[in-house]
Structures are given as C-alpha cells and as structure tokens.
Ligand binder design. Structure first.
Ligand code: SF4
Length: 324
C-alpha cells in the first residue's frame, strides 16, 4: 500500500442543541464520534452507510470546512489544526470537494469561465491570459469543448454540469478530493461516464479520493477500500473485495445484502433484511449503537460499546463478528 496521505485520530463533531423554555435542556448530537482512519496516496476510500450516519460531516471536518469538536486531521503528517490561517489557505489548494448536486453548487449567474477562474484567482494563479488558458485546459480534462466557456450552467445537462463541478475542484491541482455523493443525482448511464472520468483523472493526476455514497453498487466498481459508518462511528473497514465477499459486521452484512444482484440465481435467494429505524442520534442506545436492530445481540451488546479493532485481519467494531 502507498504512504498515508491523510489521517484522522479520534475525530469528532458534536452539535449542541437546546430545547425547552429558554433553551433549558441541552442535547448533543454526535454526528461524527471518534473516527480514526488512514487514507493512502492514490487510493479510493469509500465511506458508506445510511443517510444520517455522519459520512458527509466526516468528509467536511477532514477538509476543515466544518470545525471539529475533538481529535486531529493530519495531511502528509502535518496537523491541519496547527496551521496558521495563511498556511491553511495555501493547504486548501491540495484539498478539494465535488458536491452531489451540480446545479445547486454552480452559481447560475456566472459563466463557466468565471466559475473555473474563481478558485484560480483566489490562489493567485497568474495573469488573466494564463487563467484563461488554464480554464480551457480544465474543460479539455473533463471532456468538454473549449467554446463552452462562455455558457451558463443552465445551458448544460446534469452530467455536463457535474463535469464542470469536477473541473472547478481540479483547478488548483489538488491531491485529495472528497467526492460527496458525486454521481448520486445522475442517471445510471451518465453515472458510468462520470465514474470513468473520475477514474481516468485519478490515474493521470495521481489523485486520492474519499468517495462518500449510499450506493454500494457504485462502491463495488469504484473503490479500493471501504469504511462502513453507523451513527457517527466506523463499524468496519476493509478492502472492497473483502467487504463484499465476507462482511464481518452484522450492519455491513445487511447493507451488502440489499445491493441488487445481476445473477438471477443469487437474486432469488433469501436475503436478510434490516428492520427497524435508525435510533435518534440525540438519544443513542447504550452499548453497541446497532444493538436495537441486530439479530445477533447478546447481553454485553446492551452495556459495552465495542471498539474498532483487528479481528483476524479486518477492522470490526463488534463483540461477535461474523465468521470469516
Ligand atoms: Fe450486534 Fe452485538 Fe455486534 Fe453490536 S456488538 S453488532 S449488537 S453482535
């Protein structure tokens, strides 16, 4: 495996909420709760889990788009929270994000050339002519024609708009890109084209991706490793092959079993179905956070929270991981 590019240690983001008369009751939402994670250079690490599990918040806290409550983020060994504002601003060139909804994330009043020039100007890229040249190069990179620079976002299809969003993220030659549900809003055929583009750009530009998604069929084709989150905690981490072939955490097993299968024999087999709602993040269950939905729960699961640890070569947070 390549060197670690970005890592977190005990990273948390808690939100303090007030309710009752005069805000008398304080409640805490543990959106991200003590995540320790290494992402290696040039890998695609997928972060999966049901909506509300904290995956988007984790991606944003790693980029310091949202401030952490506790813990640290290191980029090439440098503590991001120890950087001055100026140093962090310079660091932002290396850390970028592609959003889910390309239409909402592009300013409808700006032409493509201004959308792409904005991050370049913010980091003093060069003269006006150099910026224009770079904008053309960026459009080439994402497979759009240069004459489209003068158009507005509404003049493009959803797939083309996402290509513009990708071009904007790549403007300042980042190394680490968070793809936050980057293909979820696209039709399946367009999704495949955008995934191919992302894979091609990763090869050419030596990018590292944190790929946040709820769609496990996309993860299977695209990611090298997978981290499964449940209610702010990481419950399993492994290679994509391992996770799909042999999930060890019961929650991972349920997620994998819900992925549609092409093989009709497999399709007809009985599959375990996850029942019950996700518990409220304001009122977390005691012990293992999954115990209210887990068919394998035993007494200890209600009182002791399992920690993510090596269980026969796989990182799993479960008192009774499933057999290998
Ligand atoms: Fe299920 Fe217990 Fe494992 Fe939690 S610790 S996932 S309740 S078996």
């Amino acid at each position: 495996m390549n060197d670690v590019l970005i890592s977190t240690e005990g990273l948390s983001k808690h939100y303090q909420l007030s309710s009752g008369f005069f805000g008398s009751k304080e409640r805490v939402v543990r959106a991200v709760d003590g995540i320790t994670l290494d992402i290696h250079e040039r890998e695609t690490f997928a972060l999966v889990g049901e909506s509300g599990c904290g995956k988007t918040t984790l991606g944003r806290v790693m980029l310091r788009l949202i401030e952490r409550t506790e813990g640290s983020v290191r980029y090439r060994g440098q503590d991001l929270h120890a950087l001055s504002d100026t140093a962090m601003r310079a660091m932002r060139k290396k850390l970028q994000i592609i959003f889910q909804d390309p239409f909402a994330s592009l300013n409808p009043r700006m032409r493509v050339k201004d959308i792409l020039a904005e991050p370049l100007r913010a980091h003093s890229f060069g003269t006006a002519a150099e910026i224009e040249e770079r904008c053309k190069e960026l459009l080439d990179m994402v497979g759009l024609r240069q004459h489209l620079l003068n158009r507005y976002p509404h003049q493009f299809s959803g797939g083309q708009r996402q290509r513009i969003g990708i071009a904007r993220a790549l403007a300042n030659s980042p190394e680490f890109v968070v793809c936050d549900e980057a293909v979820s809003a696209l039709d399946v055929s367009i999704q495949a084209q955008v995934l191919n583009l992302l894979r091609d750009l990763q090869e050419r530009l030596k990018l590292t991706y944190l790929f946040i998604t709820h769609d496990l069929s996309v993860v299977r084709q695209f990611a090298d490793r997978v981290g499964v989150m449940f209610l702010g905690r990481m419950v399993e981490v492994g290679t994509t092959e391992e996770i799909f072939a042999n999930p060890r955490h019961p929650y991972t097993m349920f997620l994998i079993s819900a992925v549609p299968r092409a093989d009709p024999h497999q399709r007809n087999r009985e599959r375990p179905i996850l029942v019950g709602d996700i518990p409220s993040p304001m009122n977390l269950p005691s012990g293992c956070r999954f115990h209210t939905r887990c068919p394998f729960a035993q007494a200890i699961c209600r009182t002791e929270e399992p920690v993510l640890s090596d269980r026969g070569g796989r990182a799993v947070a479960c008192h009774f991981p499933l057999d290998q």
